[in-house]
Design a protein around this ligand. Structure first.
Ligand code: NAP
Length: 258
């Protein structure tokens, strides 16, 4: 007698509508049968899930969401995974793909916004990192919008994160100087020592915002803003006249009710 192996799909869902900063008890894992792909669909086993700040806004019904999520709803998110069963003409079993699979182990896709990725070209995780949305965001910011040039000084907040770290590194590649802002001495050490920024200011340090002025005696040519709020105001005080601000994100507001 053979025993049928049960394969379940673990999904993370909300226990209640989110109010303010998310807490562990706002989420729970549920187990459901793995869905069957229909004709023209494929089943994907997720390997990586990207947790990005915009997802907090999406849960609140912003960032293109049709409504706020509530109890039992699963947040969406971009994933890299492998096709384990295919009834889709353009995708074969074994293909690696990037798509919006959500906070779960398996998903079914009909091919919409689903792209094959090649693990021989780059590690799979990079397709939701430097070769994915954060990397392309940073590229668009520095190259397309700010048109950063050699000799300029770029200030970037959340400098240790996926977008900020790439913004600084692209600026440096273009011959500019990168100055970061981050939330701990350890993050700042990595930003300078590993990523090559010229300086990094810990905004939780007592000397902030004076330390920002110390690091930028001649001011910044460009500010890439990931945070908004008070940090934007402080950054503007060290931005040169007519210097561009790339308003990329407003992390300091994502837990706000509206
Ligand atoms: N990920 C993407 O592909 C993408 C695309 C487009 C736009 N964006 C936007 O770009 C920004 C950065 O994205 P990311 O994915 O690189 O984010 P991230 O760095 O992973 O964002 C989390 C970090 O933001 C900082 N932070 C959180 N709350 C803050 C607050 N109140 N004040 C100051 N800093 C705060 C914290 O770092 P510290 O400890 O250093 O404070 C935290 O570790 C976000 O606003 C996001 O919405 C991201």
């Amino acid at each position: 007698m053979t025993t049928k192996i049960q394969r379940n799909n673990n999904r993370v869902v909300l226990t209640a509508p989110l109010d303010g900063k998310p807490q562990p008890e706002d989420f729970k894992t549920i187990s459901e049968p793995i869905p069957e792909p229909a004709d023209g669909e494929m089943l994907i086993r997720h390997i990586y899930l990207s947790l990005d700040p915009y997802q907090r806004s999406m849960i609140a019904g912003r960032h293109g969401a049709a409504r706020p999520l509530s109890e039992g709803d699963m947040p969406n998110g971009e994933t890299v995974g492998q096709v384990v069963q295919s009834r889709h003409p353009s995708f074969a079993e074994g293909d690696y793909v990037r798509h919006f699979g959500g906070w779960q182990k398996y998903s079914v896709s009909d091919g919409t916004q689903t792209f094959t990725v090649d693990p021989e070209q780059a590690p799979l995780s990079t397709y939701v990192g430097v070769l994915g949305m954060p990397g392309l965001t940073a590229y668009a910011s520095m190259i397309e919008l700010a048109e950063v040039e050699a000799g300029q000084t770029v200030l970037v907040s959340a400098a240790h994160g996926p977008v900020g770290s790439m913004v600084g590194q692209i600026a440096i590649q273009q011959g500019a100087t990168a100055i970061g802002i981050a939330g701990s001495d350890e993050k700042c050490r990595l930003v300078v020592e590993d990523l090559g920024f010229s300086a990094c200011i810990n905004y939780k340090n007592k000397r902030y915002p004076g330390s920002l002025e110390d690091a930028l005696p001649n001011g910044a040519d460009i500010y890439h803003d990931n945070v908004g709020g008070d940090m934007l105001a402080e950054a503007l005080s060290v931005l040169k006249n007519y210097g561009p601000v790339i308003l990329c994100g407003l992390i300091s507001h994502y837990n706000d009710p509206s």
